[in-house]
Design a binder for this molecule. Structure first.
Ligand code: OAD
Length: 263
């Protein structure tokens, strides 16, 4: 792999006033959170999305689905942000206007110090009542770390809504569901108005999220892609940085900002 960050990418980032960082599962891979589509380790290579990530699946077998999301939530709770997440927060701290748009349902951007990331696909940490969006919902366990970690295949009954006794469901977007409207609008607006969009660790095949970098490119922004392998976004990107998020992003930040600060 070429470890040298091409100067074009560093210059584009240094000169930009409005930046969007668009992230996918590869962003968190080096924190130990599995991606979806990598051949051997991706979640969709090991699990059937139709049985776990649809409203129909939850209706048919809520304990199976809730248990699977509790397993994923416990993995994320034990994970820590990697140097790539820290580099994204550093970009936000240095660029006049930087918006982080993520497809990830983990909270690693927040824990790295990113302000107000837009979660296009919801969050593992925002359960909600299936019957009424306005009803407050929370996890039954206090997040004190004493509860046993849910195993990978463990069935766990979902909690009941304290207001109406309906089931509580994971606060993620499932296949066939609409994205949260405000999040999608904010992401599209940011993409349409940015100078540079940095896309990190996404296969770029799940719509409408995958439109975000394409909207930026059509609106005249330079797209920089960070991914160890080619993706359909290669054609959209002005610069393709082949490498991992934790390797490439800190080097990109150093090259874009630290050299100029030292001089
Ligand atoms: P994918 O699993 O489809 O793609 C992950 C991408 O990350 C691939 O292109 C990998 O090559 C790349 N990658 C792997 N390790 C990396 C690393 N260390 N650094 C940088 N890149 C790396 O994940 P997403 O594109 O996020 O939807 O998938 C999009 C959506 O599909 C997800 O949000 C989820 C899933 O179904 C919902 O849950 C609604």
């Amino acid at each position: 792999m070429d470890r040298v960050v091409p100067q074009d990418a560093a210059r584009l980032l240094r000169d930009a006033r409005r930046v969007v960082v668009f992230t996918g599962a590869g962003m968190s891979a080096e924190s130990g959170v599995p991606t979806f589509r990598d051949d051997l380790t991706g979640l969709w290579a090991r699990f059937d999305a139709q049985q776990l990530a649809t409203a129909e699946a939850f209706h048919a077998d809520p304990d199976l689905v809730w248990g699977w999301y509790e397993w994923r939530r416990s993995r994320v709770r034990r994970a820590a942000p990697n140097p790539g997440h820290l580099a994204v927060a550093a970009i936000q701290a240095r660029v006049p206007q930087a918006t982080v748009v993520t497809q990830n349902v983990d909270d690693l951007h927040e824990r790295a110090g990113t302000r107000a990331p837009i979660h296009l696909h919801g969050s593992l940490f925002a359960p909600r009542c299936v019957a009424a969006a306005a009803h407050p919902a929370s996890f039954p366990d206090a997040e004190d770390g004493d509860a046993p970690e849910p195993g990978e295949g463990r069935r766990i009954p979902p909690p009941r809504c304290v207001s109406c006794r309906a089931l509580v469901r994971p606060g993620v977007v499932w296949f066939g569901e609409a994205l949260p409207e405000a999040a999608l609008t904010a992401a599209v607006d940011a993409a349409a108005g940015c100078d540079v969009l940095l896309t990190v660790g996404t296969s770029g095949v799940v719509y409408p999220a995958a439109e975000v970098p394409r909207i930026a490119a059509r609106s005249g922004a330079a797209v920089i892609q960070v991914n160890p392998v080619p993706t359909p976004l290669d054609r959209v990107a002005a610069v393709n940085l082949r490498g991992t998020a934790a390797e490439v992003l800190p080097a990109l930040v150093a090259s874009a900002f630290e050299a100029t600060e030292a001089s």
